[in-house]
Write a protein of this length. Sequence first.
Lengths: 261, 315
Amino acid sequence: MGPMRTIVRLRDTVEETPTTVTLRFPFEPDALPGQFVMLWIPGDDELPMSLSYTDGPSKGVTVKAMGGTSRGILALRRGATVGVRGPYGHAFDLSPRRILIVAGGSGAAVLAPAAELAARRGGQIAVALGATTRAELLFADRFRAMGAEVVVATDDGSAGERGFVTGPAARLLGERRFDAVWTCGPEVMMVKVAESARGRGVPTVCSVERHMKCALGMCDACALGPYHVCTDGPVFDAEKLFAETEFGRFHRDASGRRLPG
Amino acid sequence: MAELTVRLAGLTLRNPFLLASGIWGESGVSLAGAWKAGAGAVVTKSIGSSPRPGYANPTIETYDRWGMLNAMGLPNPGIAEYPKEVATALEAGATVLGSVFGATPDEFASLAERMAATGVAALELNLSCPHAEGYGTEVGGTPEAVGAIVRAVTRAVKVPVVAKITPNSADPAALAVAAERAGARAISAINTVRGLAIDVRLRRPVLSHGVGGLSGPAIKPVGLAVVWQIAQKVSVPVIGIGGVATAEDALEYLMAGATAVQVGTAVAFEGVGLFHRLPRELSELLDEVGLPSAEASVGAARAAAPVPQPPSPPR
């Protein structure tokens, strides 16, 4: 049975970009990079959120405003009360030495703590960081602070090179040897990144997002092929996703209906 | 090793452990997974006429050991989309019971026809969801209503029809009797027990819908009592549901009069691997207690049932 709910007061909120906020809150249970919590905004919704800060008793999530609820999250202030249950799911395997991080948009939220821990254990980290525009680049400084090399791409060319982050990612893969690629972002981006890495013989690990309700492996809302993202993921080997699931081709809405993309 | 095959509503099941409706049943691949893990049959999520997202989260409250409270709100992709999910489960060889929910006898009958056309082995009618306005318990709360729905469905389809009745009624056995008279070939009991959780720090109900349904070990005695009561009033088989997590739980249900059981909440404890473990353990347990088969255990505790005594006169 999953751990039960804890009610916490937000210790801090940090505006990371115009559309992205980090919420820090006291939460004692041990957590590893890649795991997620169900965050309850009372009166609004409860959403699965990968932890962007996993160390110590002060955890954090970093949220991009997309739907109505995540816009409500942007309005939360220090002292606001939220519910947390978890942590759930599988974490990143931190054993690879040379790691290429490919982050699109808010995907950096789950990759930053993983990279931090890997770097602290002696890993060499290179980061391909993508966003729509300069102001939306997430955690560029945080990646640099851990000693990672950071290559940037923006859709409008306002920072780094113009275009999708898949370009610099493929180039980095061509220039040097990596032991693993870790990626999170739009699914089509992750598919392309994993294909580039496969061409170089490098295994890719993806952090996957799906509609979630129970987070206990029971309700089937997050079914992905034979897996449940909540208990079997959210971190998956890309090859497993390609071979056994509809990853990159369709997802399911709240009703369980298949939708393309 | 004791024999585990059970016959029920014209079906022959390889063991008496069914995947309960609402668990792992939205996608055909998941249903196939539960079947491959060893379930005797799988019951689909309850499917309605159109796609339904269900309630906003939180839809679930978990308790440490004794179960969980949920108000999912009958999320489902709708009957037009669902045949492809059933097809995936059938391709894996699964025995599938298609669960449907409607607001009226006509809607039930129309859904039943469409679900039967997918090739399911039987239908289970959701007359018992405790938290969906206009559905479930609200349309299956009286013997008259249950009778009308079951009759409309049994007239519309040839496949066996199982009625899943609610424990949230003064007389669940009367609902079962009405279903049997209207042509149900088996009774599933129980659905979740209506319940509520409040967060005192937030001074509000936890679930977005407020009231939900309690499941898991906490409700096993409730389910057993209802099955016990139903089994003496109907002659069709009963499928016992509520808090089954071990072979011993299952045997309690069988001895109370059930022919099979459904497992739901326990899947959250240990995953569908439990469908591999439970049949083997039941077989061993039957050997231990000296019963040759699962079918031989059905109602085995009834012979020892205490004869009701008239109340003693006041002194």
